[in-house]
Each structure stands twice: as structure tokens, then as C-alpha cells.
Design a binder for this molecule. Structure first.
Ligand code: PGA
Length: 261
């Protein structure tokens, strides 16, 4: 019994592997993508970091064929059904069919520009995970939420919707992305990021399980750059970053290599 407990404790104390995601959003053409694949190939990229780039769906296969083998591809969205009359959508089954294992879900641009609800995002996460995908689940508060002191309430609301549906968290990476920091050049300070990351981990510990809280990577996203990535990565509960604009530039290599833990 005792040895069992020890084994469990040790398993839960395994260090979380650093993770850096790139989110290309609706950017790139074949010529610029060739350039990105080239600087990723040149690297060198820290072998102890999981690197996943979020690619526009139309280029997924093109990029997959050109990335170095230690960099994986993610779709930026997928639907909650396997197939059917859902014009314009793609399913996890289709992504798996072309060898894509990761998907970014719940990005604030999907929530705020395309009106995706907490409920829909939870359904998408659940369907993607049930179909063997790995999910980068984005959450984060708007500026008015932060100014009203509602940051924790908002991220907990977003997480709770998902937790009602997600049965297994092993294939989930959470990205905390304060909306006011995305694409604005206004990064959260390392202390602000750490505060929310700790709240998220605490919530996971209480509402899911201590093991899930210990094992789940929580990334910071929002104007991450070569200049600020190391200070962010030093924070205890920051396990990497989700990078938009800077993931299109060679600086992304520096951000991948900012694993200072
Ligand atoms: P940014 O975007 O790095 O350009 O702020 C981050 C994101 O939207 O994931």
C-alpha cells in the first residue's frame, strides 16, 4: 500500500515538459511558410521542449511535409461532429486522416469574433479528445473583466464548462491568454501571469484532481516575445507559451529555447 502511494506521489511530481505553441492565425502563404519551416529546421530547437505550430487548415498538409520531425502541427479549430451538413467546418476525424494530432480550441478570436460559447467550446474539446486528438484549450479574460476584478471568475467559468464534459485531461494543454494582451504588445507581467496560472492550477486541484493539476501544462499567451519569454518561463506555474505574431518570425526559436526551469 505504502509503495503504491509513493509511486503515485512520484508520478505526480514528474516535471512538466516545457511546451511552446505557435499560432499563425490567418497568416502566411506558401512562400512565407517555406521561410518559417526553414528557420525551424535551422533551429536549433531545445530537444526538451514540445513544439507545436497552429497552421491555417488549408496549409496543414503542406506544412506537415516541410516541418522538422520534432515540430508538430495543430489545426486552429475543428467542429464537434465527425461529419455531415456543416458547411465550412472540419472534423477531428479529418484532421487525424491527414496525420494532424493537435487542435487549438477556445481561442479568444473564436470566442469574440465568431461568437463561440463556453458550451460549444466544451463540446468541441470533448469531441476532439474522444477522437484521439490533443487539445490546446485557450481561456482568458477581457480587459473589462480584469478591471472589474473578475479575472478568476471568468477563467473558472470557461474551465468549468469544459470540465463538465472532459473525462480525461492527459491530452489537454491549457493556454491562459488575457485578451487585452493578445496582439497588443501589452504582455501580462510575469507576476500577473503567475497569479492566474496558480489560480487555474488550484482550481484543477480542487475540482478535477491533484494529479491532473500537477501534470497539466499551463501556457501563457499574449504578446510573448524573445524579450519577455524567459522572465515568464521562470514563473513556477508557467509551463511554456502560446505565441501569435512572434511565431511567424525567427525569434520563435528563441522563445522555444526559453526553457529556464
Ligand atoms: P500574440 O497572440 O502573441 O500575437 O499576442 C497570441 C495568441 O493569440 O495566441
Amino acid at each position: 500500500m505504502l509503495s503504491c502511494l509513493c509511486a503515485d506521489n512520484q508520478a505526480s511530481k514528474m516535471p512538466r515538459r516545457f511546451f511552446v505553441g505557435g499560432n499563425w492565425k490567418m497568416n502566411g502563404d506558401k512562400a512565407s511558410i517555406d521561410g518559417i519551416c526553414e528557420f525551424l529546421k535551422q533551429g536549433p530547437l531545445d530537444k526538451n521542449v514540445d513544439v507545436v505550430v497552429g497552421v491555417p487548415a488549408v496549409y496543414l498538409e503542406y506544412v506537415k511535409a516541410r516541418l522538422p520531425e520534432d515540430v508538430q502541427c495543430a489545426a486552429q479549430n475543428c467542429y464537434k461532429e465527425p461529419k455531415g451538413a456543416f458547411t465550412g467546418e472540419i472534423s477531428p476525424a479529418m484532421l487525424k486522416d491527414i496525420g494532424v494530432e493537435w487542435v487549438i480550441l477556445g481561442h479568444s478570436e473564436r470566442r469574440n469574433i465568431f461568437g463561440e460559447s463556453d458550451e460549444l467550446i466544451a463540446e468541441k474539446c470533448c469531441h476532439a479528445l474522444d477522437n484521439g486528438m490533443k487539445v490546446i484549450l485557450c481561456i482568458g479574460e477581457m480587459l473589462e473583466d480584469r478591471e472589474a476584478g473578475k479575472t478568476e471568475e471568468v477563467v473558472v467559468r470557461q474551465l468549468t464548462a469544459c470540465a463538465k464534459k472532459i473525462k480525461e485531461w492527459a491530452n489537454v494543454v491549457v493556454a491562459y491568454e488575457p485578451v487585452w494582451a493578445i496582439g497588443t504588445g501589452k504582455t501580462a507581467t510575469p507576476a500577473q501571469a503567475q497569479e492566474v496560472h496558480a489560480q487555474i492550477r488550484n482550481w484543477m486541484k480542487e475540482k478535477i484532481s491533484p494529479d491532473v493539476a500537477d501534470a497539466t501544462r499551463i501556457l501563457y499567451g499574449g504578446s510573448v516575445s524573445a524579450d519577455n519569454c524567459r522572465e515568464l518561463a521562470k514563473q513556477h506555474d508557467v509551463d511554456g507559451s502560446l505565441v501569435g505574431g512572434a511565431s511567424l518570425k525567427p525569434d520563435f526559436v528563441k522563445i522555444v529555447n526559453a526553457n529556464v526551469k
